[in-house]
Ligand binder design. Structure first.
Ligand code: FAD
Ligand code: AMP
Length: 475
């Protein structure tokens, strides 16, 4: 007879492993199956986020930003350090150590929660059975009262510029470059393209970002997107909008990229090309015949608002289901499902999911943009407080950007908060909490913010929405 569990999770990324841990906390017998394999052949838990995405990219963003600041800012503080040099091998070693620390941590957490870890491939079969194929090819069947599918996503490939792992690469390979490319092409000015473009620009590459849309950061508040484009251009990122890439070819150690824009057919030659045109849900080999689990037209597993597939006891969470492809969205879905399985109340508030772009300046937002509030016909008011008027930002030599609050002018409800500036990703947490508790603009106005902190800009933006700012002229 097949070994049985209360819950079997397939996929140990940021959606799957929290589901497994919470299910175990709920005193359920849990197994987690994961097939992640690193470029060096090693296995690790943590999925895309810890091994190839969020964590290694942030490690490289941090290192490259320090390098850039040492070059451009230290002298301003009166600090002389002689000639600044780059040792990319050490930088990459640190990145790998950070990743390893995190993935080992996930393994430890699963173990200490009593979750059975199974490293290999999982395939759902009818009757909530899971066929497990171990690394040596041996197969075993398990049966679960509940199955949680958390198989994540994979980078989209441009058919006319296929990945070759060396010259035309995905985001994972692009965080692991062993030399700084002299000329780097990036297709896609989305979150991943901008973060990776920033890393290599700071380390010395000439970076050209080709973006098919005319609108920069179309998903963000337009005022914020305009400011972001201005800042990135100042940093030397050559962002070409309305540039639709048709294809790329490799010859003599260089990549020729062909794209079309308003002027007609164009081409560039670069040493490496990163294709960052988005990610697709990953379900390869996941669903056996006759499971009844359905995919939508874009390949996402169909689920309801509680992440239930149409099959009783089979759930799906994270990048493989609808909604933003973000680690924290997947985590909350995983936790929700594990609590629902245990019979507890739980829900995910999809209206209040923060987005962050870890460039410099950072960009972060939650809720409605000004354009969305306008389109929804909401009467709205706004406060846009610049970091130039914030003491801490000036002391940090980071007087760039602003906090923008959009609130309903009748009910005073906060509809959205949009931040561009230092630590925006940290600052947005206050706005998320405020919106989660349905705070009004006045609630933020009456909350004491420590001085001098960047968070005072949020306080002042709330005051500014009612023309009551103390630290800037109310217009
Ligand atoms: P994944 O993390 O993709 O995990 C799925 C796991 O399931 C993998 O280990 C996979 O090998 C395994 N698996 C799949 N199928 C099977 C199977 N049949 N059997 C066994 N195992 C299987 N998000 C953020 O929120 N913040 C960021 O800063 C951020 N930065 C990013 C930077 C980059 C460069 C990239 C690529 C992504 C970034 N993301 C970021 C997105 C984030 O990585 C994803 O949203 C997140 O990893 C999704 O989690 P998941 O658990 O759904 O899937
Ligand atoms: P994201 O979906 O946020 O990861 O961003 C991916 C970006 O890539 C989007 O802004 C797309 O418009 C862009 N994109 C997709 N295909 C192409 C292409 N062929 N040429 C240029 N940009 C593209």
């Amino acid at each position: 007879m097949a070994d049985s569990f209360d819950v079997i999770v397939i996929g140990a990324g940021p959606a799957g492993y929290p589901a497994a841990i919470r299910a175990a906390q709920n005193r359920l017998k849990v197994a987690i199956v994961d097939e992640w394999q690193n470029h060096d052949g090693s296995r690790a838990y943590g999925g895309t986020c810890l091994n190839a995405g969020c964590i290694p990219s942030k490690a490289m963003l941090e290192s490259s930003e320090l390098f850039h600041r040492a070059q451009s800012e230290f002298a301003l503080h009166g600090i002389g350090v002689g000639e600044i040099s780059l040792d990319l091998a050490t930088m990459q070693k640190r990145r790998a150590t950070v990743v390893k620390g995190m993935t080992n941590g996930v393994q430890l957490l699963l173990k200490s929660a009593g979750v059975t870890g199974l490293q290999g491939h999982g395939r759902l079969l009818p009757g909530k059975r899971v066929e497990f194929t171990a690394q040596d090819g041996t197969k075993k069947e398990f049966i679960g009262k509940h199955i949680v599918l958390a198989s994540g996503s994979a980078p989209m490939e441009l058919r006319t510029a296929p990945f070759d792992g060396r010259y035309i690469v995905d985001s994972w390979s692009a965080v692991e470059f062993e030399a700084v490319p002299r000329r780097l092409g990036v297709i896609g000015a989305g979150v991943i393209g901008l973060e990776l473009g920033s890393v290599w620009r700071r380390l010395g590459s000439e970076v050209i970002v080709l973006e098919a849309l005319e609108n920069f950061l179309a998903m963000a508040d337009a005022q914020l997107a305009r400011e972001a484009l201005r800042q990135f251009k100042k940093q030397g990122l050559d962002i070409r909008l309305g540039a639709k890439v048709g294809g790329a070819s490799v010859a003599n150690g260089a990549v020729t990229v062909k794209y079309g824009d308003k002027q007609g057919e164009q081409s560039i030659v670069v040493d490496k090309l990163v294709v960052a045109i988005g990610r697709r849900p990953y379900t390869q080999g996941l669903l056996g015949e006759g499971t009844g689990v359905e995919l939508d037209e874009r390949g996402f597993i169909k689920v309801d608002h509680e992440c239930r597939t149409g099959v009783d006891g089979v759930w799906a969470v994270g990048d493989v289901v609808r909604g933003p492809m973000l680690a924290h969205k997947g985590k909350e879905e995983g936790v929700m499902v594990a609590d629902l399985i245990a019979g507890h109340f739980s829900e995910v508030n999809y209206r209040v999911i923060p987005s962050v772009i870890y460039t410099a300046p950072e960009i972060a937002w939650v809720g409605q943009t000004e354009e969305q509030a306008k389109a929804a016909g909401r009467p709205y008011k706004m406060g846009v407080f610049p970091f130039t008027a914030n003491g801490r930002a000036r002391a940090m030599e980071a007087p760039v950007g602003f906090v923008k609050i959009v609130a309903d002018s009748k009910t005073d409800e906060i509809l959205g908060v949009h931040i561009i500036g230092a630590m925006a990703g940290e600052l947005i947490a206050e706005a998320v909490l405020a919106m989660e508790y349905s705070a009004s603009c006045e609630d933020l106005q009456r909350t004491i913010h420590a001085h001098p902190t960047l968070s005072e800009a949020t306080h002042e933006a709330a005051l500014l929405a009612d023309k009551r700012s103390i630290d800037t002229i109310n217009r």
